[in-house]
Design a protein around this ligand. Structure first.
Ligand code: NAG
Ligand code: NAG
Length: 266
């Protein structure tokens, strides 16, 4: 028994110092592991910082986008489709503008309260000397009219922010009297006015036009009218009948010959 026990005890004995060695080595190992862990943590955090720098910013932007998208687009509400453009100086070409202006609703009743507006379209060379008169005429009738100004591209309008003409200039091109470019300018004015679904009647005016009745009379008269108005009269003078050409007969008789100008209300 003893002989058996001794080697066991003997065998036990040498293990004791080795055990104490293990217990001493254990904190060292834990420390090593801890150091390794901390080192790995640092490496991973450095890597993730770089990842954020290169990829993270993009993902931050894409996640941030939906939060401020509604301010500009509001894709979920009808408002987006009926709000008139806030900036009239768009970058559309004439071709693009006319195409965009050709949009029209197929359902004639509006699903919202629509107070129709009169579009006053000014076809001018440059300054509007009667602007103060128009300011006074339109004062207090906001929401019932809109203003559009087509002037020579070289003209830089400086209307005070209180004026109805402030920032109402549309992208313009040179328009010359008696030339097709004049019709292009008119079409440009109408197309821009058509971008606002509230516009219902359209009046083409020059810088020398003045209103002779107050706004409420003109508004109600025009809104109630079934007709469009255009200047056309039999002028016996040289600029009327004097311009008649015999070759136009018999399709156009001299008695049917009229003088007019481009100014209209529609
Ligand atoms: C507009 O003019 C008419 C007739 O002159 C008048 O009865 C009406 O009160 C005027 N409206 C305003 C808002 O001044
Ligand atoms: C044109 O006027 C002439 C008289 O000047 C008349 O005989 C003719 O019938 C008219 N033609 C038309 C198409 O109105």
């Amino acid at each position: 028994m003893q002989s058996r026990l001794v080697p066991v005890e003997e065998g036990k004995d040498p293990t004791i110092p080795s055990r104490t060695n293990q217990t001493r080595a254990l904190p060292l190992r834990v420390l090593q592991l801890l150091v390794l862990f901390v080192a790995l943590c640092i490496v991973f955090s450095v890597i993730s910082m770089y990842m954020i720098r290169y990829f993270g910013v993009q993902s931050v932007v894409t996640t941030a986008k939906p939060t401020y998208q509604p301010c500009f687009e509001e894709p979920s509400s009808l408002d987006r489709w009926i709000r008139p453009p806030s900036n009239l100086l768009h970058t559309m070409s004439d071709k693009e503008l006319l195409w965009r202006a050709s949009f029209m609703p197929r359902i004639k009743t509006y699903p919202f309260r629509r107070v129709p507006k009169i579009a006053f379209m000014f076809l001018t060379k440059g300054p509007l000397p009667l602007a103060p008169l128009w300011d006074r005429f339109l004062k207090g009738h906001e929401g019932l009219y809109s203003i559009y100004v087509h002037s020579l591209p070289s003209f830089h309008a400086e209307f005070p922010s209180s004026s109805v003409f402030y920032k109402r200039q549309i992208p313009s091109k040179v328009a010359e009297w008696g030339r097709m470019s004049m019709c292009d300018a008119e079409r440009r004015l109408i197309a821009n006015a058509l971008l606002d679904v509230y516009n219902e009647r359209f009046i083409l005016l020059s810088e020398s036009c003045i209103p002779v009745y107050n706004f409420s009379i003109i508004y109600h008269y025009i809104m109630r009218s079934k007709y469009s108005f255009i200047g056309a009269f039999d002028d016996p003078g040289p600029f009327g009948r004097g311009r008649y050409n015999e070759n136009m007969a018999p399709e156009v008789n001299i008695t049917k010959w009229r003088k007019g100008s481009q100014w209209f209300e529609s």
